[in-house]
Every structure is written in C-alpha cells, then in structure tokens.
Write a protein that binds this ligand. Structure first.
Ligand code: NAP
Ligand code: FE
Length: 364
C-alpha cells in the first residue's frame, strides 16, 4: 500500500512538517458540516497558520458525491494554483478529493474523460477521515455519482493519497445511526474481501482481525450506544482501515454493487445498502464448498447466527417491493459486473435475482 497512513489521537499535530513539505497552497475539500463538527478543520487551520500555508475551502460535497461537484472543486484548486488537495470527512469528501485532484491537474477533463482514464497526472492528496467505515483513506478508489445518477467508481493507482490521517477522536461526533451505517460498511468490506477470488493470506488476516474486533463493538453501539468509549471508537476506526486495506487488495464482491442500486433508488445509506445481501452472501458461500465459510466462522469466532442477528438489529425494515418488471430491468446490471465475477463460487445474476425476490417480494 503506497499510502503513508498515520493514526491515533492528535495525529495531525505530530506530522505537520510533512504537510508543510507538500507546498504552501492547499484547497480543503469537505461537506457541509462534518469538518467543523468533528474538530478536524479547527486542527488543520491551526497548523496552516503555524506553517504559513495559504488555503481555501470548498465545502460543496454531498453524500454520494457528484462528478460535477468534483469538477467544480478541481477547477477551484486549479485557479488557486494549489500545491495539494486535502479531503476532510467521511467517504464522500475523501472520494471527491481524489477526483478533484485529477480535475485540478487536468483542467480540460470532463466526466467522460475521468472514467475513460485519459489522464495520467494528479495533484497530491491528503485525506483526513471523520467517519469509521469506508477505509477510503487507504484505497485507490473514488466512488462518484455520474450525470445519469448512477454510482460508478474510478480505480487508478494515482488516486492513492500521499498522506492519510485517522484520528479516532474525529469520529466521536457521529450519532448512533451514522456510527452503525458507517461501521456496517466496514463490516461488509471485511466480509466481502474474505470471499473475493483475489483474497490472499494477508487480506484474509486483515478481514479476520477486523471482524473479530468490530462485531462486539457494533453490538455495543446498537444496544448501549452511550457507553461507547474513546478506546472503542479507536478500535472501530482501525477496523475500518483494515477493511480498506483488505478491499484495496481484493475489491468488493456482489452485495456492494447491488447496494449501489438501493442507494440510488431509495437513498439507503451506503453502509446499510451494502449490507442488504450480506446474510445471503454468507449463505451462498456455505453452499459452494464449505472450506472458506467454515474458516471464516472459525477464525473470526463469530457464527453465522450471530452475524445475522447483528444485521437484523442494525438494518431498518425497508418497505421495498420489487416488481418482476423492475427486476428484469435491473438484473442485467449484474450480468457482466466485476464485483459479481470477483465473488468466490461463481454467482449469477439469476441467483442475485432470487435473493432480491426473497428479500423484497413483489407483494406484502
Ligand atoms: P459520508 O457520505 O461521507 O457522510 C455521511 C454523513 O455523515 C454526512 O452528512 C456527513 O456530513 C456526516 N459526517 C461525516 N463525519 C461526521 C462526524 N464526524 N460527525 C458527524 N457527522 C459526520 O459517509 P461515509 O459512509 O463515510 O461515506 C460513504 C461514501 O463513501 C459513499 O459514496 C460510498 O460509496 C463511498 N465509499 C468509498 C470507498 C472507497 O474505497 N473509496 C469504500 C466504501 C464506500 P457532511 O455532509 O458535512 O460531510
Ligand atoms: Fe463500502
């Protein structure tokens, strides 16, 4: 992993010289309020003052960020002659910062060019996480919403940030629902990565360690949210980074991509949308040679039943009924899809259709 990642309380202050080395002009890319609410922006502004860094803030990034907002942010950085870009926030601002760095270095590029990867330079990016879920801090992936309203990711080695900071104290301002949606995203990364065809001993070790640590704390967050300690927050954050490292090596498998549809169509938050078919993924893996499924339960020490119970507890009951017509419309999405092909056991879009029919029957 080419990212220099630093984690722990007060971590930015300890590495301010490294920030100063990136040049004296920075555009900070963030959402409406998380940079302020988490305390990260105040820390950065203090460091910028000390190091004499000139900066501007672009705070127009929404959840599931649009390519157009990244173009706008990139143009701002280009006009400002920024020497680097800093993303502060959850996965949305971090992914937007990666894409904005491309547009800043290629001011004539448009959406089509971004996805066609007709570019080969970017501005350096620094990422400061404020949620504990996506692991975007350590991946070369930027998940954006295109002009057709579809979530579509860009993967490129140049999208790795040069520096990433994870101060778990910044995640303390997340309420129960956000802690659970983002934590569930981390759980699905760790789980999906384990069942990826590209999994290896190291990525699986990340998955196992992350899941062992994360599940008891998601259970605690669900049942006794107010009892979460600073240390618990740190463990959850670190598990999200392990998830990021795992998917950086393996990619995700089908539930993540199916989840994109439910975020686009029903605005289900990314973590919960990704978890809609996690239980089905486990059941599917149990039917296609028990070797990996058994190893998964044995090494995590978490049974399928405990997994299922946690998912039932955290996921809301969505009132969604998919008609046969809708299914025929959407299933082709998963006919030739990379995450479907990446799933161990060769799942087909017909099998995904069966899962969706069971979960969201046409009538009540
Ligand atoms: P998010 O979309 O970045 O943020 C969700 C909400 O949480 C926003 O309203 C945000 O406020 C708020 N928020 C963020 N930090 C907070 C804090 N510390 N305290 C209180 N509120 C806070 O959420 P996310 O789940 O982290 O990111 C999801 C996105 O990441 C999706 O687009 C997903 O597809 C993508 N993703 C990327 C990767 C990758 O490898 N690149 C992996 C998985 C998911 P603001 O509006 O102020 O920001
Ligand atoms: Fe995710």
């Amino acid at each position: 992993m080419p990212v220099k990642l630093y984690t722990g309380k007060g971590i930015l202050e300890k590495h301010k010289e490294q920030l100063a080395e990136l040049g004296g002009r920075c555009v900070v890319i963030t959402g409406k309020s998380s940079a302020v609410r988490s305390g990260a922006l105040a820390d950065i502004q203090r460091i910028f003052e000390e190091t004499g860094t000139e900066y501007e803030i672009y705070d127009g990034i929404s959840e599931n960020p649009s390519v157009s907002s990244c173009i706008e942010a990139g143009r701002k950085a280009y006009a400002f002659q920024a020497s680097y870009i800093m993303g502060i926030g959850g996965g949305s601002p971090l992914d937007a910062a990666k894409a904005a760095a491309v547009f800043a270095a290629n001011p004539d590029l448009d959406e089509k060019g971004l996805y066609a990867m007709t570019w080969n330079r970017v501005l350096p990016t620094v990422l400061v996480g404020t949620t504990a879920g996506t692991g975007s801090e350590v991946t070369k992936v930027s998940v954006l919403t295109n002009s057709e309203g579809r979530k579509k990711s860009v993967h490129h080695d140049l999208l790795y940030p040069v520096l990433a900071f994870g101060d778990p104290a910044y995640t303390a301002s997340m309420g129960r629902t956000l802690t659970l949606t983002t934590g569930t995203d981390a759980l699905t990364h760790l789980t999906e990565s384990f069942f990826s065809k590209k999994a290896n001993d190291i990525s699986r070790a990340c998955s196992i360690e992350g899941i062992r640590n994360l599940i008891p704390l998601l259970e605690k967050a669900a049942d006794h949210f107010d009892d979460l300690t600073e240390e618990d927050r740190e463990i959850i954050y670190n598990a999200s980074i392990l998830g990021g490292m795992a998917i950086a090596a393996t990619g995700t498998v089908f539930p993540h991509n199916v989840g994109y549809y439910f975020t686009e169509e029903y605005q289900i938050p990314h973590g919960f949308a990704s978890a809609l078919l996690t239980d089905d993924l486990l059941s599917f893996e149990e039917t296609c040679g028990r070797e990996y499924a058994d190893a998964f339960y044995e090494r995590t020490g978490i049974s399928h039943e405990r997994f299922r119970k946690l998912l039932r507890k955290v996921l809301p009951e969505y009132e969604i009924h998919l008609s046969e017509e809708t299914l025929q419309d959407i299933l082709p999405r998963w006919q030739n899809n990379g995450t479907v092909k990446n799933t161990r056991g060769d799942i087909t879009s017909e099998e995904i259709g069966k899962m969706l029919r069971r979960k969201f029957p046409e009538t009540e």
